[in-house]
Design a protein around this ligand. Structure first.
Ligand code: FMN
Length: 305
């Protein structure tokens, strides 16, 4: 067993976790943070083929989830694992600027849902004609259906006035919090829990609903729950809103715009033909997804299954 408790981690790293002693309204922190998850490495620090495959699988099968939530509650220890994974993200100067507000009460969800409805109605006005009709048909949140909602915040002052590594790019604390959210998203997927990120919200109003103090920035509102199934493609792709950009279109060699590697090292020979061998992607019903918003469909990197 790998002891992920604050105490266990302190023992291994010799670090002090002042954060653990901070009082928090979060129910999960009241539970014993000993996570019975065997994630200890075999000793050589390497991943076995199966472990490596599992990492890619969770990345490719992560989805933003807004529907198909089950009523099944998320046990405190499972939520603790997911939040502990989030807390192990990289952060500028090891600032750990995040906090997590765990919401289970219906009244709070209803209040947030009202905020969404208001902001979403305004967002819909940005589109005309068929695009507006398509936008209105999209399901863009699962606030009330998801058993657990989580507000993720970034405390911009944590770590004092000078945070190592943040002097040139002030927003690196925000980037760090996004890294924590991605960890959460992936760990949840491995647990069979869907996560939907709702950004169509007035964050000022959201802070009032959640009682978040003034200097703390709200970064994300997430809806979590076990789901009946995970879609194989992003909902927006399936709805014809936008297609995945082929990854090779986004890779530049040595300088912006250089799409072909000029001088390959011997070991890079497998890049040969990268631009020729892409197959066009199809959606669930076998139709080509190319052409949406002028993009071609997914090529190149394939799901490793
Ligand atoms: C910062 C951020 C904000 C998002 N906000 C919303 C949102 O308000 N509503 C929504 O339905 N999806 C939202 N999403 C999810 C994206 O639509 C989704 O990630 C994208 O369509 C790709 O799908 P996938 O996550 O299933 O791969 C957001 C994602 C991110 C990273």
């Amino acid at each position: 067993m790998f002891d992920l408790s604050e105490e266990g981690r302190s023992r291994r790293s010799g670090a002090s976790f002042d954060q653990a002693s901070r009082s928090s309204p979060c129910r999960v922190q009241e539970t014993i943070m000993t996570v019975p998850l065997d994630v200890r490495s075999a000793g050589n620090g390497r991943f076995s083929d199966d472990e490596r495959a599992a990492v890619y699988r969770v990345i490719f099968e992560r989805r933003d989830v807004r529907r198909n939530f089950l009523r099944k509650p998320i046990a405190d220890e499972v939520l603790a694992r997911v939040l502990t994974a989030a807390h192990h993200a990289g952060s500028v100067g090891f600032m750990q600027p995040w906090d997590f507000v765990v919401i289970r009460q219906r009244a709070t969800k209803q209040a947030v849902k009202r905020l969404f409805q208001k902001t979403n109605a305004q967002a819909a006005m940005h589109y005309d004609g068929t695009r507006a009709a398509l936008y209105r048909s999209l399901k863009l949140e699962g606030i009330e259906e998801a058993p657990v909602n989580i507000g993720v915040t970034c405390s911009r002052q944590r770590g004092g006035p000078h945070v190592l590594g943040r002097s040139t790019v002030r927003d690196t604390d925000l980037y760090s919090t996004c890294c924590a959210i991605q960890n959460l998203w992936l760990a949840a997927r491995a647990e069979g829990i869907g996560v939907g990120w709702v950004s169509i919200l007035d964050h000022g109003a959201l802070k009032k609903v959640l009682g978040i103090p003034r200097p703390v920035k709200v970064l994300a509102y997430l809806c979590l729950g076990y789901v009946s199934d995970f879609a194989t493609q992003p909902d927006l792709e399936m709805a014809g809103w936008r297609a995945r950009i082929p990854v090779e279109e986004l890779i530049h060699y040595e300088s912006w715009g250089m799409k072909i590697q000029g001088k390959r090292r011997n070991g890079d020979a497998h890049h040969e033909g990268l631009h020729e061998n892409g197959r066009r992607g199809t959606n669930k019903v076998g139709r080509r997804t190319a052409g949406v918003e002028g993009q071609s469909s997914s090529r190149g990197l394939r799901h490793p299954r």
